[in-house]
Design a protein around this ligand. Structure first.
Ligand SMILES: *[C@@H]1O[C@H](CO)[C@@H](O)[C@H](O)[C@H]1NC(C)=O
Ligand SMILES: *[C@@H]1O[C@H](CO)[C@@H](O)[C@H](O)[C@H]1NC(C)=O
Ligand SMILES: *[C@@H]1O[C@H](CO)[C@@H](O)[C@H](O)[C@H]1NC(C)=O
Ligand SMILES: *[C@@H]1O[C@H](CO)[C@@H](O)[C@H](O)[C@H]1NC(C)=O
Ligand SMILES: *[C@@H]1O[C@H](CO)[C@@H](O)[C@H](O)[C@H]1NC(C)=O
Length: 215
């Protein structure tokens, strides 16, 4: 009881200090490599990433976040926009939609809630195509218009390619799994495993932050 209380105090002091100096303390960069229809990726976003962002004690630690929707794509031909995604055509559509949303929705909270709404659908029903027309009410109309244009043009595939390059540059020709949680743009199996199970804990470790939920 006493211990957890004192940890909380230490934590809030740390945050206050950062603010009172008016310095933006940039958190360690966080990158998530994932696939739109991989059940483990879906669960990570829904059950770890979104609740962590919704926790005001942790949102700041995600200020330096990159989402990379791509994962396992077989024999991609970037120049011809030809791809075979691990979970089929709907996954390619989903990755493309996510890529456009990441580009056009600057507000991370809106972006993540848009994704959790989409995932709520793809998790619960077998889908023949990605639900690109759902959850539009979460996104401001002007952003949704940009996303639609992006999705229905080569811009969507160019972003898809960009995430493909990022994934390839990061993993090289090594085998990898998604979701892959990376900090500081480096590969570290240990922290990725911790992060997948207990994302808040990984954020605390990487940023040197103490918090009751991390102990
Ligand atoms: C922080 O910035 C705000 C607005 O720019 C200013 O009013 C405030 O005095 C600053 N605080 C410190 C501790 O520098
Ligand atoms: C998921 O869907 C159910 C029913 O369709 C709804 O009650 C729930 O609020 C949704 N959750 C999210 C995170 O959108
Ligand atoms: C792309 O165009 C189709 C057909 O016009 C439309 O149904 C769909 O809503 C558009 N995609 C998005 C993400 O808006
Ligand atoms: C992040 O990476 C940089 C450059 O490789 C290194 O100097 C720094 O110590 C790393 N920070 C953390 C928190 O891992
Ligand atoms: C991961 O953990 C293992 C076992 O604890 C350790 O031997 C290894 O050095 C760690 N790797 C990294 C990159 O921290």
């Amino acid at each position: 009881m006493f211990t957890s209380l004192s940890l909380l105090i230490v934590c809030s002091v740390a945050f206050t200090q950062a603010n009172s100096n008016n310095k933006t303390v940039l958190p360690v960069p966080f990158t998530l490599y994932y696939e739109s229809l991989c059940p483990y990726s879906e669960r990570f976003i829904l059950n770890q990433l979104v609740p962590t962002y919704d926790d005001k004690d942790f949102a700041g630690l995600l200020a330096n976040m990159d989402l990379v929707p791509y994962g396992h794509v077989y024999d991609p031909d970037f120049s011809k926009y030809k791809y075979t995604c691990q979970h089929g055509v709907p996954e390619c559509e989903g990755n493309k939609l996510h890529g456009c949303a990441i580009k056009y929705i600057e507000d991370k909270s809106t972006l993540l809630h848009y994704f959790s709404c989409l995932i709520n659908i793809t998790q619960s029903v077998p889908i023949l195509s990605y639900p690109v027309n759902e959850c539009k009410n979460i996104v401001p109309d002007d952003k949704m218009l940009q996303i639609s244009k992006c999705y229905n043009s080569t811009e969507g595939w160019d972003l898809f390619n960009k995430h493909g390059e990022a994934t390839k540059n990061f993993f090289g020709s090594n085998r990898f799994y998604v979701p892959y949680v990376s900090f500081n743009r480096t590969k570290n199996e240990n922290i990725s495993v911790i992060g997948r199970k207990n994302f808040k804990k990984a954020l605390c470790i990487e940023n040197g932050v103490k918090h009751t939920t991390c102990s």
